[in-house]
Structures are given as C-alpha cells and as structure tokens.
Ligand binder design. Structure first.
Ligand SMILES: [Zn+2]
Length: 91
C-alpha cells in the first residue's frame, strides 16, 4: 500500500536533489567565472591607470612650444621655427 505512493515521491526527491546538484555546480562555475572576470577587470584597470599616469607624466605642465604650440620641445628646439625662419630669410 505505502510503497506504491512512496516511489514517485522518492523519484521526485531524487530529481529535486539532482536539480539542486546542477544548480550548485552552476553556481560554483559562475562564481569562478566572476572571480576570473574580476581579476581581468582589475588587471585592465591597473593597465589603464599606469597608461594614464605615463601620459600625464610625459606631458609637461604649461611647457609648450611658443611657435607651434606642441608640447615636448621649446621654441628654441622647434623645427617649425627653423623652417619658417629659413623661408622668411629667403623671401
Ligand atoms: Zn614647436
């Protein structure tokens, strides 16, 4: 009498348990993925930080060429000045 009813219940419990197992495995996989994504994200963030720092370091504050306006050299070492001065002298 009783076993006829208990069998489907046991099957249901087995299915539920299997589903829970799958969910647990999926959760662990998702957690590992999230951890790996976080690691990559932090690495990318550090790279961008170092890159931006380099850019800000390479750019001198207020020191720009007075002739062409480009940072990195002075009006004395400007190549535009030499070219323009030579042309103006010839003309
Ligand atoms: Zn210049």
């Amino acid at each position: 009498m009783a076993p006829a009813l208990s069998q489907p219940i046991v099957e249901m419990l087995r299915r539920v348990f299997e589903e829970l197992k799958l969910l647990y495995n999926y959760a662990t996989i998702c957690e590992a993925r999230v951890v790996s994504i976080r690691k990559v994200d932090t690495q990318l963030g550090e790279e961008t930080r170092t890159r931006s720092g380099r850019v800000t370091r390479s750019e001198p504050r207020g020191r720009r060429c007075g002739i062409c306006g480009t940072a990195g050299h002075n009006a004395r070492t400007c190549e535009m000045d030499v070219e323009t001065s030579g042309e103006s002298d010839s003309n």
